[in-house]
Design a protein around this ligand. Structure first.
Ligand code: NOJ
Length: 606
């Protein structure tokens, strides 16, 4: 079915474009985070200054000009704190220090100073759900006796069964296997033997007990430590996980990244067991007893007070995989966080009605609490959208956020990049704050064929490879086509191997090349700024509002149109194209008419 099969009474190519269904009103709130474009830097893979194959803070500082040229407003840095790196830094051993892999505290200060001098804000990652097992607190907990204050900062419980050999509940680690690990036997053991500790992620990432006031005051202090150094905000890891349901009941849902249920683990899932088979006392909630408990909101209200005591607009961003969207909106109520990642948009299929629906739902629910919506398509946990969108048959695409296996159907890189660029322009035209993941401005695909022996993600290893893991989207960036390691650093070393195709996509190979992905991003970000799209309004263009293969909205004086259908879409005569995600074709008349081909987005004025 093509869009022309559904041509409405008026032909948008010949009539005036009216957009009467207002979905979202413009905002005059000047706070920077409300419409910011925020670029995620994954420090391991952005740029390596010292040649050890691992990205570092001086490497980032040296490349900040790239972000200025790109036109983003802020940088979010994934963790660079002291860590044994069992989960690529999301296992923090010291929240107030920089891991030697990445540099020193002075390097962090220098990065902040340079970014601020360039007009870029800086958001750092805060990981409050769990520490590393090498954190001083967990080491002290292991050295202390059961029932001690040191143990009370984590979630230790006796096991079930006569000898306590069964884990305290049925929760599964998001990286595979049980969410509980038992301590080795010791002289302190009671009749139930050694206790177990909870870890929603790897066994090296013990969950903290947020009912403990010491945990609360420690993290408020960590916030102040980084606020004092000048950071502009925090991305809060697993923001929905800090508080667990009273009594830690079993859950009827699945928490596992294994066999395609990775996405369920993050978004919550409908109970896996039929209601009749659910044993009494089992939690049947969608998000599970380990996620989205009401008690988390009190924590964020406290944090908000901490941030509000500082000059400038500092912000908190929730990483919370919860459903439905109303639950997510609760994290961004006026006295809580400022933004939450909109993963529903990331997960939406490449279909016009679904995209329209998720845009409306996102704007309406965030408007309902006075927060800006965020838009995101890629990050360090999901398959890059240039690969995710490369499946002509949706049945071939991995489910949710599951990775693409080397032995599975491979994405079509041409289709994937064409759609990814179209999706990005659809996203960047929307009012709200936009998140970009490093390398998407180069159109990088995932390294789906990475050899298994190079993979490092704990989810790959904990599941014996059943979950392919997230390494494919974490590959070091190509800066220079014709250099060892594609210019990632001064040596050829890269902590993960790079696929050959990264050479042709290197930043220097795209700079100044008309129509390259990099130049398209630059043009879009410049136009977004010039036309104030981030704080603009949104109304559907009437003539295309119900087309099955077209998404068309007006934001201020710009119309954004995405053609997802096989047939080209004709713009009104004389339409002036500002930015296009791929080549369009215009006729040669004095008032040319532009044809927008399949999987293409244009920003135009008419
Ligand atoms: C979400 C982070 O984005 C992911 O990379 C990490 O593995 C988990 N949280 C655990 O911290």
């Amino acid at each position: 079915m093509t869009s022309t099969d559904h041509a409405p009474d008026t032909d948008p190519s010949t009539t005036e474009l009216r957009a009467t269904t207002l979905v979202h009103a413009a905002s005059s709130d000047p706070r920077w985070w409300r419409d910011a474009v925020i670029y995620q830097v994954y420090p391991r893979s952005f740029a390596d200054a010292d040649g050890d194959g691992m990205g570092d803070l001086p490497g980032i500082t040296a490349r900040l000009d790239h972000l200025v040229d790109l036109g983003v407003d802020a940088v979010w840095l994934s963790p660079f704190y002291r860590s044994p790196q069992k989960d690529a830094g999301y296992d923090v051993a010291d929240y107030r220090d920089v891991d030697p892999l990445f540099g020193t505290l002075e390097d962090a200060d220098a990065l902040l100073a340079r970014a601020h001098a360039l007009g870029l804000r800086v958001i750092v990652d805060l990981v409050p759900n769990h520490t590393s097992d090498q954190h001083a607190w967990f080491r002290a907990a292991l050295a202390a006796a059961p029932g001690s204050p040191e143990r009370a900062r984590y979630v230790f419980r006796d096991g079930k069964g006569a000898t306590g050999s069964v884990p305290p509940n049925n929760w599964q680690s998001i990286f595979g296997g049980p969410a509980w690990t038992r301590l080795p036997a010791s002289d302190d053991d009671g009749p139930l033997g050694p206790p177990w500790y909870l870890h929603l992620f790897d066994s090296s990432q013990p969950d903290l007990d947020w009912s403990n006031p010491q945990v609360r005051s420690e993290f408020e202090d960590v916030l102040r430590f980084w606020l004092d150094r000048g950071v502009d905000g925090f991305r809060v890891d697993v923001a929905h996980g800090l508080v667990k349901a009273e009594g830690l009941p079993d859950w009827a849902g699945k928490v596992s990244m294994v066999e395609g249920t990775h996405h369920d683990a993050r978004t919550g899932t409908a109970p896996a067991l039929p209601a009749a088979d659910v044993p009494p006392g089992t939690d049947t909630s969608v998000n599970g007893p380990m996620f989205d408990q009401d008690g988390v909101h009190e924590i964020y209200r406290d944090w908000r007070r901490v941030l509000d005591a500082y000059a400038g607009d500092r912000c908190l961003v929730a990483e919370a995989w919860v459903e439905p969207m109303e639950r997510l909106a609760r994290y961004v109520r006026p006295d809580e966080m400022h933004q939450a990642f909109n993963f529903a948009f990331l997960l939406a299929p490449w279909e016009a009605p679904a995209l329209r629906d998720v845009v409306v739902e996102s704007l309406e629910t965030s408007d309902g609490v006075g927060a800006p919506t965020t838009w995101v398509l890629s990050n360090h946990d999901v398959v890059r959208h240039a690969s995710r969108m490369g499946f002509a048959d949706p049945a071939d695409a991995p489910e949710g956020t599951a990775g693409i296996r080397p032995d599975g159907v491979q994405p079509d890189p041409v289709l994937g990049l064409r759609r990814a660029r179209a999706a990005t322009l659809l996203l960047l035209g929307l009012p709200g704050s936009a998140y970009l993941y490093q390398g998407e401005e180069l159109g990088l695909p995932d390294f789906t064929n990475m050899p298994d022996d190079a993979r490092q993600d704990p989810s790959f290893h904990r599941t014996g490879g059943a979950d392919i893991g997230r390494d494919g989207c974490r590959v070091p960036l190509p800066w220079v086509a014709d250099a060892p390691g594609f210019g990632f650093g001064p040596s050829a070393a890269t902590w993960l191997p790079q696929p050959e195709v990264y050479g042709t996509l290197a930043a220097d190979a795209q700079t100044g090349v008309r129509g390259s992905t990099l130049e398209t991003y630059r043009a879009a970000l410049a136009a977004r700024r010039e036309h104030g799209l981030g704080h603009g309004d949104l109304a559907w263009v009437d003539a295309w509002a119900c087309w099955p293969d077209v998404v068309a909205y007006r934001n201020g004086d710009v119309v954004v149109l995405t053609n997802l259908g096989a047939e080209p879409v004709l713009l009104p005569r004389g339409a002036h194209v500002l930015v296009e995600s791929g080549p369009t074709v215009a006729d040669r008349s004095s008032r040319p008419q532009v044809r927008v081909p399949t999987d293409t987005t244009v920003w135009f004025q008419a």
